[in-house]
Design a protein around this ligand. Structure first.
Ligand code: ASP
Length: 439
C-alpha cells in the first residue's frame, strides 16, 4: 500500500499545524510521498505566503524595493523552523531568491517559492529526500501540463526513492523557467504524483472534513459527503463547490486512484472519498447541492421552431460569433433558452440579439437577468421516484418561484433557476427536504 499525501496551506500555516501534519504522516508508514502547499492563513485576517510573494513580485516589477515583504515572508518560515526546534538556515535560499528577483524576476518563479521553501523545511524535518518539481513536472508550449513527459520523468525519479517531499503548485515551463498552475494548484501536483507513483490512495489534507452536502455559509453545520463519484464532483465543483482544484481529478481518475479528502485538525474523521464508481448508496437521495448567482437567460421564441432544421445551430452561432460560452440550454416546443453568465454577456447583449435576428429570424427575444442556478446532484436520484416532485414542492413551500428547470440526460443532476434573491432560501429548502428528513 502506498499513499500520496498533500497538505494544504492551513495544514502548514505555522509550527503547530506542521506538527499535526507530520504526526499524520508518521502515523501510517504507507504515507510515503508528501506534497506541501505554501503556509496559508493562521487566522482569518492573516495573509497567505503565496499572496505575499505575488505582492513581492509586483513590488519588484514596479521598480520598488521588496525588502520589507521578503523579511515578512522569511519571518513566517523562521517561526516554523524555530517552533519545530530545527537547526536549519534559510540564508542560501533567500540569497538565491534575491538574486533572481534582481536579475530575472518572473511572477511564477516568485509565487512558487512558497511551496519550494515549505518543501525544503518539511523534507529536512521528516528526513525525506526533496524532489524538485522543476525537474520532474513539465508544461507544454500552450502552458498545459505535458502529462507524457511528466509521467515518464517523475515515475522514474520516484522509482528511485521510497520517500519524498515534492512541493506543490509548480513545474518547468517550455521556456525552461518555473511555471505555476493556477491558484490552489498544489492539489493538481498531488494528483500528478499519485498517478505517476501508481499510488493506492491520494489523500488530500485540508481544514474541513471533506465535501459538505451544501455550502456552510448558507447551511449551518451541513453534513459531510462520505462517497462521491468523479462525475458528481465535477457537477458540484462546476457549480461552485470548492474544496479541491477542479483539474486535480484528471491525473488520478484515469488510473482509478481514489481521492480521500481529510481534515488535519480532525484526523480521525474519515472525510470524503472521491471514486470512479461505487456500489455504496448515498446516505440521502441527493449527494450535494451547489449553485451560483449572476446568470442571464435569453429566451428565443419562434412558432414551428421545432420543425426548422438547423435553428438551434444558428442561434448558438450568434453566441459563438461574440465569443460567449453558454451554460445551459433548456428548450420548449417553440422556445429555446440560452443561459449565460451575466458578466460576460451584458456588454455584448445587443450584438448577440441582432446576430440572433440576422441568423435565425425568431419571432421574439426576451432577456431575463438576475438569475441564480442551483444544481441538485446525486447518483441516487435516478433510482428514487418523486425526487423532482420533492424538490419542487419544497421550493413552493418556501415560496420560491422556479424560473427555469433543466435536467441533464444523465439524471445525475437537476438544475434549477431562481431569482438571485431566492438563492439561499432555495438551497435551504432543498437541503431540509432531503437531509433533515433523512431521506
Ligand atoms: N499556494 C498556492 C495558492 O495559494 C497553491 C496552493 O496552495 O495550492 O494558490
Amino acid at each position: 500500500m502506498r499513499k500520496v499525501v498533500k497538505f494544504g496551506g492551513s495544514s502548514l500555516a505555522d509550527a503547530g499545524q506542521f506538527k499535526k501534519s507530520v504526526d499524520i504522516i508518521r502515523a501510517d508508514a504507507s504515507r510515503v510521498y508528501v506534497i506541501p502547499s505554501a503556509p496559508g492563513k493562521r487566522f482569518p485576517a492573516d495573509t497567505k505566503v503565496t499572496d505575499l510573494l505575488i505582492r513581492t513580485y509586483e513590488t519588484v516589477a514596479a521598480g520598488n524595493d521588496p525588502g520589507e515583504l521578503l523579511s515578512r515572508i522569511r519571518g513566517r518560515y523562521e517561526d516554523i523552523i524555530e517552533g519545530l526546534g530545527m537547526n536549519y538556515s534559510l540564508d542560501e535560499d533567500f540569497e538565491e531568491i534575491e538574486r533572481v528577483l534582481r536579475e530575472d524576476p518572473t511572477l511564477d518563479y516568485t509565487a512558487s517559492r512558497g511551496e519550494y521553501l515549505n518543501g525544503k523545511i518539511l523534507a529536512e524535518y521528516l528526513g525525506f529526500p526533496f524532489v524538485d518539481p522543476f525537474e520532474t513536472i513539465f508544461f507544454n508550449e500552450e502552458g498545459q501540463l505535458n502529462s507524457y513527459k511528466t509521467e515518464k520523468v517523475l515515475s522514474l525519479r520516484l522509482s528511485g526513492t521510497d520517500h519524498a517531499v515534492i512541493p506543490g503548485f509548480y513545474g518547468q515551463g517550455k521556456d525552461g523557467k518555473v511555471k505555476t498552475f493556477s491558484r490552489g494548484g498544489s492539489d493538481i501536483t498531488g494528483s500528478i504524483v499519485a498517478g505517476a507513483a501508481k499510488a493506492d490512495v491520494y489523500e488530500n489534507w485540508t481544514d474541513v472534513s471533506g465535501f459538505l452536502v451544501a455550502d456552510p455559509r448558507i447551511i449551518r453545520d451541513p453534513v459531510a459527503i462520505h462517497t462521491i463519484t468523479y462525475r458528481e464532483l465535477r457537477e458540484l465543483s462546476y457549480m461552485g463547490a470548492s474544496v479541491l482544484h477542479e483539474e486535480a481529478i484528471f491525473p488520478v481518475r484515469s488510473k482509478g486512484i481514489p481521492i480521500n479528502i481529510r481534515n488535519t485538525n480532525k484526523p480521525d474523521d474519515e472525510g470524503t472519498w472521491i471514486v470512479e464508481s461505487t456500489a455504496r448508496k448515498p446516505k440521502y437521495t441527493i449527494t450535494g447541492i451547489a449553485g451560483k448567482k449572476g446568470f442571464c437567460a435569453v429566451l428565443i421564441s419562434k412558432s414551428m421552431m421545432n420543425s426548422e432544421i438547423g435553428f438551434g445551430r444558428k442561434v448558438l452561432e450568434a453566441f459563438e460569433e461574440n465569443r460567449i460560452s453558454f451554460e445551459h440550454m433548456p428548450s420548449g416546443i417553440d422556445t429555446m433558452t440560452i443561459v449565460v453568465h451575466e458578466s460576460e454577456f451584458v456588454d455584448k447583449e445587443q450584438r448577440v440579439v441582432s446576430a440572433i435576428h440576422r441568423l435565425s429570424q425568431p419571432d421574439s427575444i426576451e432577456i431575463e437577468s438576475g438569475l441564480a442556478l442551483i444544481a441538485v446532484v446525486g447518483r441516487g436520484m435516478r433510482s428514487v421516484q418523486g425526487t423532482a416532485a420533492r424538490i419542487f414542492s419544497a421550493l413552493a413551500h418556501a415560496r420560491v418561484n422556479v424560473r427555469m428547470i433543466d435536467q441533464g440526460s444523465s439524471e445525475l443532476n437537476i438544475i434549477i433557476g431562481v431569482a438571485n434573491e431566492d438563492f439561499e432560501t432555495a438551497i435551504r429548502a432543498v437541503y431540509a427536504i432531503f437531509v433533515d428528513t433523512q431521506l
